[in-house]
Design a protein around this ligand. Structure first.
Ligand SMILES: [Ca+2]
Ligand SMILES: [Ca+2]
Length: 322
C-alpha cells in the first residue's frame, strides 16, 4: 500500500482484516455467530454500528434489547446526561433511553433510565472515537441492558429523533469479529492506539482471542492459543506437530491441535516442571497425577489420553535399576 493508503487503513475501524488462509480457517472453528447492534430506522442512518458493553446489568441479547429510542432529559446542568432523575419518564417508559456520557458514573445514568421505565440504555460518547469503549462500574440493582455508542452515532440519532429504532441481531451465517469472507478483523481504532493498532486482533472477536489488545479473564492461554498459531503459520512460522512426549515416551496427545488447542504442549511443559521440582521420582508421579486430575476435571484430557499420559509418567518415575 501507499503511505496515504496505510494512513487511511490505520483508522478504518472494522474494515481491516488479516488475510491468511490458516487464520481464516481457524476463525471458522472458533468464533461465535455475529451479533450486531443495528439501527433499523430511519433509513438515513440504518445500519450496523460498533458498541461497547457494560460491566453491569444483563448481558445484551436480541431478546432484551430493542425498540424506539427516546432522548432522556433531566433539566439540571447538562440536560441530557441523566445524572439526575429523568423528567420525561412518560416518553421514556417502555423505550430505549439515550443519554450523554459525562458528569456522573454510568451506573447512575442506568439507574435513572431504569427508574424512568426505560427497557434499555444507550450512552452516547462525549468525545470522538471508534469503537466506543465499554461502560464500567458495578451496581447489582441495575436490571436493564446498557451499551455505549459513538458520539457520531449519538449525534446522528439526535438529528432525526423521534423515529429511531434499534435492536440486536444474530446472524448465524457470519462470524463475530470477522468480515463476510470469514477473515478475522485487525484492531484499527480511531484514534490510533500505539502498540495496539494493527498488531492485534479486533476487540470485536468473540470469544475473546489471545491477541486482542487487552488481557481478560476469559482467556485460557496455558492450553488454548485460539487463532494465534494460525496467524503465525500464515506469516511463515512452523508449528510443532506430532504427539507430546514425556522424556521420550509418546503420550498420544497432539502438541498443537485444531483451533489453537495446545494441550500436548501443556503436558510437556508440566512434566518438565514436575521433574524440576520433585525431590524424588515418586513425587514426580504424584505431581503428574495431580495435574491429570485437574485436566480431567476441566474436560481437557479424555480418559484414554489421561491413562496413556500417566503410563508414561509412571515409566519416567520408575527408580533406576543402576
Ligand atoms: Ca443533568
Ligand atoms: Ca473480544
Amino acid at each position: 500500500m501507499t503511505v496515504p493508503e496505510r494512513q487511511a487503513s490505520a483508522l478504518n475501524y472494522g474494515n481491516v482484516v488479516f488475510t491468511g488462509a490458516s487464520a481464516t480457517a481457524g476463525a471458522g472453528l472458533i468464533l461465535d455467530p455475529r451479533t450486531s447492534f443495528r439501527v433499523t430506522a430511519p433509513g438515513s442512518i440504518a445500519g450496523d454500528y460498533a458498541y461497547g458493553t457494560a460491566s453491569f446489568g444483563p448481558v445484551i441479547s436480541p431478546d432484551n434489547f430493542g425498540g424506539s429510542v427516546v432522548l432522556g432529559t433531566d433539566d439540571v446542568g447538562a440536560s441530557n446526561d441523566g445524572c439526575e432523575p429523568l423528567t420525561n419518564a412518560t416518553a421514556i417508559a417502555g423505550n430505549i433511553a439515550l443519554l450523554d456520557r459525562g458528569t456522573c458514573n454510568f451506573t447512575i445514568k442506568a439507574l435513572n433510565a431504569q427508574n424512568a421505565g426505560a427497557t434499555g440504555l444507550l450512552v452516547a460518547d462525549n468525545v470522538p472515537g471508534n469503537p466506543p469503549p465499554g461502560l464500567g462500574g458495578t451496581d447489582p440493582s441495575i436490571t436493564i441492558p446498557a451499551i455505549r455508542i459513538t458520539q457520531a452515532l449519538g449525534n446522528s440519532m439526535k438529528a432525526v429523533l423521534p423515529g429511531v429504532t434499534v435492536g440486536f441481531v444474530i446472524d448465524p451465517s457470519e462470524l463475530q469479529g470477522a468480515d463476510d469472507d470469514g477473515r478475522p478483523r485487525l484492531y484499527m481504532p480511531d484514534p490510533v492506539q500505539g502498540g495496539s493498532s494493527g498488531s492485534h486482533y479486533d476487540t470485536a472477536l468473540a470469544p475473546n482471542a489471545l491477541m486482542e489488545p487487552a488481557i481478560n479473564d476469559s482467556l485460557f492461554a496455558a492450553v488454548n492459543l485460539d487463532i494465534t498459531p494460525n496467524l503465525l503459520q500464515d506469516t511463515g512460522w512452523t508449528l510443532n506437530g506430532g504427539d507430546a512426549t514425556i522424556e521420550g515416551c509418546d503420550t498420544g496427545i497432539d502438541v498443537v491441535d485444531d483451533a489453537g488447542i495446545i494441550i500436548g504442549a501443556n503436558v510437556e511443559a508440566t512434566s518438565k516442571l514436575c521433574l524440576s521440582k520433585a525431590p524424588r521420582r515418586g513425587a514426580y508421579v504424584a505431581c503428574m497425577a495431580a495435574y491429570k486430575n485437574r485436566m480431567r476435571a476441566s474436560g481437557l484430557l479424555t480418559g484414554r489420553q489421561a491413562l496413556r499420559m500417566m503410563s508414561c509418567a509412571i515409566k519416567v518415575g520408575k527408580p533406576s535399576k543402576q
